[in-house]
Design a protein around this ligand. Structure first.
Ligand SMILES: *[C@@H]1O[C@H](CO)[C@@H](O)[C@H](O)[C@H]1NC(C)=O
Ligand SMILES: *[C@@H]1O[C@H](CO)[C@@H](O)[C@H](O)[C@H]1NC(C)=O
Ligand SMILES: *[C@@H]1O[C@H](CO)[C@@H](O)[C@H](O)[C@H]1NC(C)=O
Length: 396
């Protein structure tokens, strides 16, 4: 990779010599927000799905920090609540599949069955544990075929801890939190102030300064997308914040959890005309954009064209490098999958379990511009470029 830094050899030497003697980057607290490398907005967003969970246990601080290191534009998380109303980063309503809860004998009697979105589900539910109790658990990999060596090393984190990871990054890194299972959470968790899950979700974002409509000056300083499968939650929070919202769309067989509407209803032109008053885009499951039969891609649907005609962005989920997930058309090559979705389908963002791969692909095919005429970020850009050059030597 040839990078013209635009500086003479002596300046370059100075920087290289300087970094051997002390930590390469200044401390986060010393970095002025104005000097951070800005969010790129010229190519589809690299959305780190539950952090770099292809490598590290999902939704942990380590997975989010790895995703930032690897070039994520946004770190993505699912927000649920504890029994005492703390907002946590966790995907499933039960703790069974991604923590060591089963080994905690003291919690054996908390296993129970609740109806979740019309299905009786049995397990240990986060809503039956206080935050303090949840913090005694350790997170593990969801998939057996992924690296197991980090199991048991990391705790669950709170929404606030997640936010501080993004804010401490040395470049602008956006956040992409989901209002997860709001119907279930509002049934099971009661806050002393009588407010709803969604109110606490938005209050947390406001507390840390997240505000502003899509691409506004405020937003670009601290970018955030609010996502949910529940349209009523998105409409409800739109009264409280103008942060951009993304309407998630599940498989064609799954009705919405709050309004019980079918896939066909919520992807119709008339529904897009309605929902676009509240959201800037949709987040569909990718097999509904390009149907799959026997692990081979079929003719793409008109979903992307239809959404774009309504000025709605499309951020499909989830891109995963492994053979267990890659369709045969891609010949075991995740870059081929990214190429197809970015160049042929024309999506605006991608939820990926492997942020590093997507970042490498985009830097290769559509690199960050060398000079965009904006002087503000030049010092940060220089640092970023040098960090890119030296990073292979800093690992291990
Ligand atoms: C869940 O189980 C309860 C208790 O057995 C039952 O009354 C209810 O109908 C079940 N709900 C579903 C959706 O199966
Ligand atoms: C939003 O606020 C307006 C004005 O206060 C109110 O009429 C409306 O019902 C609110 N909408 C929602 C979804 O809460
Ligand atoms: C949801 O809609 C389906 C299809 O219209 C209907 O059969 C079902 O009873 C509805 N479920 C609820 C909980 O209203």
């Amino acid at each position: 990779m040839g990078v013209d830094l635009g500086f003479g050899p002596s300046v370059f030497l100075l920087l290289i010599v300087g970094c051997a003697a002390r930590p390469f980057y200044p401390l986060p607290s010393k970095v002025d927000a104005r000097d951070r490398l800005p969010l790129q907005t010229f190519r589809p967003y690299n959305i780190a799905h539950r952090g770099s969970n292809g490598e590290l246990p999902e939704e942990t601080a380590a997975a989010y920090m790895r995703a930032i290191e690897e070039g994520a534009d946004f770190i993505e998380t699912d927000i649920l609540a504890s029994k005492d109303g703390a907002l946590i980063c966790f995907h499933d309503v039960t703790l069974d599949d991604t923590t060591d809860i089963a080994e905690h004998k003291e919690f054996a009697d908390r296993k129970t069955t609740y109806e979740v979105q019309g299905v009786n589900t049995t397990g240990w539910f986060s809503v039956d544990f206080t935050l303090e109790e949840l913090m005694t658990l350790r997170v593990k990999q969801r998939y057996k075929f992924r690296d197991q060596q980090y199991n048991g090393k990391f705790t669950i984190i709170t929404f606030e801890e997640f936010i501080s990871i993004a804010l401490d990054a040395l470049r602008v890194v956006g956040i992409y939190p989901e209002i997860k299972n709001p119907v279930f959470i509002n049934q099971r968790v009661k806050w002393p102030d009588g407010k709803r899950f969604e109110d606490h979700f938005v209050a947390t974002l406001k507390k840390y300064g997240y505000k502003g409509s899509y691409l506004s000056e405020d937003w670009l300083k601290q970018p955030a997308f609010i996502q949910s499968f529940a349209p009523t939650s998105l409409i409800y929070v739109s009264n409280q914040t103008d942060l951009p919202k993304i309407f998630l769309i599940d498989d064609v067989t799954v009705p919405t959890q709050d309004t019980n509407q079918s896939y066909w209803e919520i992807t119709s032109d008339s529904y897009f005309s309605f929902i676009k008053q509240y959201v800037v885009g949709i987040g569909p499951w990718k097999d509904t954009v390009v149907p799959v039969i026997d692990n081979y891609l079929q003719t793409p649907t008109d979903l992307v064209a239809k959404a774009h005609a309504h000025d709605l962005q499309v951020h499909p989920y989830t891109y995963r490098n492994e053979n267990q997930f890659l369709h045969f058309n891609f010949h075991q090559d995740p870059y081929a999958e990214y190429h197809y979705w970015i160049s042929k389908i024309g999506v605006d963002g991608l939820f990926t379990d492997f942020t590093g791969s997507l970042h490498d692909f985009q830097e290769w095919t559509s690199p960050l511009s060398q000079d965009d005429g904006n002087d503000d970020g030049n010092a940060a850009k220089l640092l970023h470029k040098i960090a890119t050059l030296v990073s292979p030597y800093r690992k291990g």
